[in-house]
Design a protein around this ligand. Sequence first.
Ligand SMILES: Cc1ncc(COP(=O)(O)O)c(C=O)c1O
Length: 302
Amino acid sequence: VLDWLAPCFGMSGGLLTPGSTLANLTAIWAAREITGIRRVVASSEAHLSIRKAARLLGLALVEIPAAPDDTLDSWKLPDDLSDACVVLTAGTTNVGAIDPLELIGRARWTHVDGAWGAPLRLSATRAPKLAGIEHADSISISAHKLLFQPKDSAIVLFRDALQASEALQFEAGYLAVPNVGILGSHGAMAVPLLATLLAWGRDGLAARIDRCIDGADVLADSIGRRDDLELRRYHGTGIVVWRSRCGVDVDALVAALPPGSASAPTIAGQRWVRHVAANPCADPAALIDAIGAAVSNHPRGA
Ligand SMILES: Cc1ncc(COP(=O)(O)O)c(C=O)c1O
């Protein structure tokens, strides 16, 4: 599975992990072992797993306030990054923003947290959004997001997988081969992903990813056209965030929408309705109708 996926991202190999929290921790651990970095630098919109990783690894965390477009503000990066791992997010959790990937290479190590967005690389039309990702030192991908796997499926990829594996390996007399990474015994995490790759192939995966993002594009366009709704900047990566301009309460809206179709994050101090396009069978027209009904059935300020 790793031999199949890693080259799609310009990487040479990696490890499967149960989720991107552990994929991010593994990548930053490798960065620390290989390069001796002392700081993790990430935007305020980075996932909380980056904070966890810095804490667990005893590294200082430098949080850079996100720019108004929710991406890492490169003007606020420290000049000297020779002791730092910069984490760039490809598809932020709240809004799907992609940090400037041209920053790859500026720090001692660059990790791209592509938990959400990295699979766009498999789509011919969306891959340009991730131009340059192949220069990263490591990349995390949640296979249980846009690779359509059951939960507990993620991947950490390394540009130099041999070096990473040597840095993260432990020998013990009872083991036939060294143990690499955080996990000891674990289930056959690769099997469902292997079945998916065999059944759908790259084209099948890309078609489903495109169907998800096409649906989100349609939804974002429809919300953006309405005078009574405010669309938060849409990044074209399948996460659509909006609210009522007429004071309709966010919780009331989410409660009125189909169960599981929306969440209500607080972003920069304000509440929004958020949809994540991870289901290629979802019907954007039905969601657009449901949003229309939810907005019109709730009086202002209700
Ligand atoms: C950008 C990003 N990174 C990391 C994670 C953590 O992934 P997991 O929940 O698989 O541990 C998430 C989860 O939503 C995420 O959005």
